[in-house]
Design a protein around this ligand. Structure first.
Ligand code: NA7
Length: 546
């Protein structure tokens, strides 16, 4: 069995950063990646139109000023292929590949209490032992798809947006295509596939809010400007609520005149993309303020849809803007003005079954050659529950979190010493520019490990009391927002039977950073730091047998 200092699971943005940082601290690190390439979600989500909805310059590593200066983003919002090129460039630039094992799916991680080490097993039986176990598996990587009656009888092709075939180009030419799901994936691929396919039917359950990406090529002048002031841009992101590179308007949407609000929303509509939700500080805090934004967006969406009956169906109603993840689109609603694009409203006429030729709803039968599930993920916990993660006393993470995730500061779990979960539940994760959150948490872990080394500590473990306090704080912050007013993957509603618990931290990147820093400044308060493993300490304190 090979012994390393740290095992990192997943070779996406988080895994590569963990490898680079811990290796830089002199640790022997090994990354296990289940698939045959680097990039995590950006490797798997290769559907047409896949693109980041955080600006490229912000959705990139900040740890290397040289890397920042060398890399040239071509578009304001990078496409999936460009992001994948960036990730591979980083892997080469920092010589990361030599410590990454591809095609190595971790199936079990078991904590050895005597040794204070994790025993890691891969699907093919290989094993490693590591002091630190770092889960970098992403929050949206375990896919979910419906199971309609007759699904397996369908003679055409079925593809999930997040398991997109990588070694072939799907030919849409002349094909009748279905997209089921209108989250970011469905909305991004719709206009692209509409241009390629003979006919496209979009199956919509919940109409989603969306703001235009206003994507554009990055000019040389813009690139020079950003690079000349990159540090300031990073500072703004680190000190912002969401980790995006611009400031929130501190005003309330309700304290300004309707005319002024209209001007602010109009400017945000053409520039901010996802940041539209920050046009006023109370859009996600106050229903009345939210409604001013929602109404503006509804008007904008309606204005680009030609057919009145479609306007009625596509315009989002029934939930607050951004209380579930809105999309940032490039011509989604306009695609429905094409003659070859049809909307199937499955709230009104649900899917009854798949047939060998297509899909039957209560309204009619649709014939298809290709059906695409853009139906999303078992978010946050899906990928943490796939392998058996077994902590102190034989308790599994699945058992520990049976009623929902419990963490200290969104990074660590009692009974699972020396394990760190990057951008998991209880941290800003999906409510932030995830790159900012990734780097923040990994730097925090690296500092903790440095301190442990200096003090001869071999085991860190979250204290249950601190966990309870953190979970209470996460819930309290969520209650101050509008997030709890609707079903979403933020609160476990996306999977039947999942505990209905709000998972991300709504206190913002800056607020979260303060908690992490305070914890470190107070000697890692809320954590037990032990010089001998707890199991051994307990043993040596136990009365000796005669
Ligand atoms: P999302 O955002 O979870 O969207 C999934 C979509 O699929 C959404 O419209 C769902 O409708 C729909 N859905 C899910 N299950 C079904 C079933 N059974 N039948 C019909 N429709 C269904 O996933 P995405 O991949 O689009 O985006 C993921 C993230 O990537 C996104 O949040 C950004 O962070 C980037 P619902 O709304 O539940 O009614």
């Amino acid at each position: 069995m090979q012994e390393v200092d740290a095992i990192v699971i997943g070779a996406g943005f988080a895994g590569l950063r963990a490898l680079h940082t811990l290796r830089g601290q002199g640790k022997k690190v090994l990354v296990l990646e289940a698939s045959d390439g680097l990039g995590g979600v950006w490797y798997h989500n290769q559907y047409p139109g896949a693109r980041c909805d955080v600006e490229s310059y912000d959705y990139s590593y900040s740890f290397s000023p040289e890397l920042e200066q060398e890399w040239r983003w071509s578009e304001r919002y990078a496409t999936q292929p460009e992001i994948l090129r960036y990730i591979n460039h980083v892997a080469d630039r920092f010589d990361l590949r030599k410590d990454i094992l591809l095609n190595a799916r971790m199936t079990e991680a078991r904590y050895d209490e005597q040794a204070a080490r994790w025993m890691i097993t891969a699907a093919d039986g290989r094993q490693w032992s590591a002091r630190y176990f770092v889960m970098c598996v992403g929050q949206l990587s375990t896919t979910k798809a419906p199971d309609y009656p007759g699904q397996s009888s369908f003679k055409g092709r079925v593809i999930h947006s997040a398991v997109w075939p990588r070694k072939e180009t799907i030919d849409f030419n002349g094909k009748r295509v279905a997209i089921i799901g209108t989250g970011s994936s469905g909305m991004q691929m719709t206009p692209v596939i509409a241009r390629l396919a003979a006919h496209l039917t979009v199956f919509q359950r919940t109409p989603n809010f969306s703001v235009p990406a206003s994507n554009a090529p990055v000019s040389d002048e813009e690139d020079r400007q950003v690079k000349a002031h990159y540090r300031e841009r990073r500072e703004r992101a680190w000190n912002s609520p969401t980790g995006l590179g611009f400031a929130v308007n501190r005003q309330s949407a309700l304290e300004v005149s309707p005319e002024e609000r209209e001007k602010v929303y109009e400017a945000a509509w053409h520039r901010l993309g996802f940041g539209f939700a920050l046009a006023y500080h109370d859009i996600l805090l106050n229903a009345e303020a939210n409604e001013t934004a929602a109404e503006f967006i509804r008007r904008k969406i309606a204005s680009v849809i030609d057919r009145p009956e479609l306007r009625q169906k596509l315009v989002p109603r029934g939930h607050h803007f951004a209380a579930r993840r809105p999309s940032v689109d490039s011509g989604y609603f306009q695609a429905f003005n094409r003659d070859n694009v049809e909307l199937a409203d499955i709230k009104e006429s649900p899917i009854v079954e798949f047939t060998p030729e297509g899909i039957r709803t209560t309204a009619k039968h649709h014939a298809f050659d290709i059906v695409i599930f853009a139906t999303g993920f078992d978010a946050f916990t899906g990928s943490l529950f796939k392998p058996a993660i077994v902590g102190r006393g034989g308790i599994s993470l699945r058992e520990k979190w049976a009623d929902g995730p419990v963490t200290q500061l969104g990074v660590s779990v009692s009974d699972f010493p020396n394990m760190l979960i990057v951008v998991g539940p209880g941290s800003p994760s999906l409510l932030s520019n995830v790159m900012v959150s990734i780097e923040e948490q990994i730097d925090w872990l690296a500092a903790l490990i440095k301190k442990m080394d200096e003090q001869g500590v071999v085991e860190f473990e979250a204290e249950p009391e601190a966990e309870r306090a953190w979970v209470a704080h996460v819930n309290e912050r969520a209650r101050q927002t509008l997030y709890l007013t609707t079903d979403s993957y933020y609160n476990g509603a996306e999977v039947k039977g999942k505990p209905r618990v709000f998972m991300p931290y709504t206190g913002g990147v800056r607020g979260y950073r303060r908690h992490l820093s305070e914890c470190a400044e107070q000697g890692y308060s809320g954590f037990a730091l032990r010089k001998t493993p707890a199991a051994r300490a307990a043993q040596s304190e136990a009365p000796q047998a005669a």
